[in-house]
Ligand binder design. Structure first.
Ligand SMILES: NC(=O)c1ccc[n+]([C@@H]2O[C@H](COP(=O)([O-])OP(=O)(O)OC[C@H]3O[C@@H](n4cnc5c(N)ncnc54)[C@H](OP(=O)(O)O)[C@@H]3O)[C@@H](O)[C@H]2O)c1
Length: 280
């Protein structure tokens, strides 16, 4: 299996990255060092994770050449709009101590479900991202948690089509409509919470499948997504789990099992939806 996907603009993006949400516990950079030592080269962070400073510190200390890393960050939903997005992008660069990003995403399409002018806010943010892209400050631009109607609205005025859509995606929450839409426009879908934050790891069907393919449940869930062409950003807190999620045995899941798992009722949804109040 190749280690990269090629985005619509030709940029190569690692298929497996390290998800940093809550990984640093707001404290220091040790866990990021661990992830780099385990072999991760894509780090997924965001202004909202409040850990860019630790990610930046770790990559600087690691002395890994910048071009070997793939750094993703995101502008938070309360900072949508042209000026706020620009300020957020600049702050991310500063905290990460880099002069360009590999991927920058609009984190959510709306500041809140009742927001009336979200289309305008998204379009203005996107204009800022397009400018940074043309200026060579970011190698690829995209969105996160955008459903087809959010993407349609954005693409009405966009000059550049989003290259990536990062979505909650795992066994039990396959977002078929959004995935189909992205595929039809050549937008790579990157799965957040690919393990369903453990809720899915413990499902009996997942445990059975892992046994059948002789891998761990986490490895099975990641392979399931990769085999269908999705990128994944699992988060783990120990070197052993980090490596387990990166060094995946080369299993081939049967089409029958893939369909079976794609047709399950909803399992392990995190409770967040751009158009609805959060479900606890
Ligand atoms: N764009 C968005 O809106 C958005 C939203 C949420 C998340 N994300 C991104 O997606 C990343 C991953 O999502 P997530 O952190 O929510 O959930 P996740 O990666 O699906 O699950 C993480 C959980 O699984 C456990 N785990 C990891 N590897 C394991 C293994 N091999 N065996 C057993 N348990 C294992 C971890 O435990 P330990 O930590 O104890 O090892 C942790 O509790 C985030 O870090 C973030 O970068 C993006």
């Amino acid at each position: 299996m190749s280690e990269y996907y090629v985005l619509a603009n030709g940029v190569k993006m690692p298929k497996i990255g390290y998800g940093t949400y809550k990984s640093t516990d707001g404290s220091d950079e040790r866990i990021i060092h661990m992830a780099l030592e385990a072999g991760y080269r894509l780090l997924d962070t965001a202004a909202a994770y409040e850990n860019e400073i630790y990610v930046g510190k770790a990559i600087k200390e690691s002395q890994i050449p910048r071009e070997e890393l793939f750094l993703t960050s995101k502008v938070w939903k309360t900072n949508l709009g042209y000026e706020k997005t620009k300020a957020s992008f600049e702050e991310s660069l500063q905290r990460l101590q880099v002069d360009y990003l590999d991927l920058f995403l609009l984190h959510w399409p709306k500041p809140d479900p009742d927001c009336k002018n979200w289309k305008e806010l998204d379009r203005e943010s996107w204009r800022a991202l397009e400018e940074y892209y043309h200026a060579g400050k970011v190698r690829a631009i995209g969105v996160s948690n955008f459903l087809p109607h959010h993407l349609e609205a954005l693409m009405e005025t966009a000059d550049i089509r989003p290259m990536v859509n990062q979505l909650e995606l795992h066994v039990g929450y396959m977002q078929e409509a959004a995935v189909q839409y992205c595929k039809s426009w050549g937008i790579l879908v990157e799965a957040w919470s690919p393990l369903g934050r453990r809720r899915v790891l413990e499902e009996p069907i997942v445990q059975q499948m892992a046994k059948k393919y002789q891998v761990t449940p986490a490895q099975f869930l990641l392979r399931f997504l990769l085999q269908q062409g999705f990128a994944v950003v699992p988060k783990a807190s120990s070197p052993e789990r980090m490596r387990q999620n990166l060094e995946l045995p080369a299993i081939e899941i049967t089409t029958e099992d893939i369909y079976l798992l794609r047709c399950l009722p909803q399992i392990g949804w995190g409770g967040e939806h751009p158009d609805l109040e959060r479900v606890k």
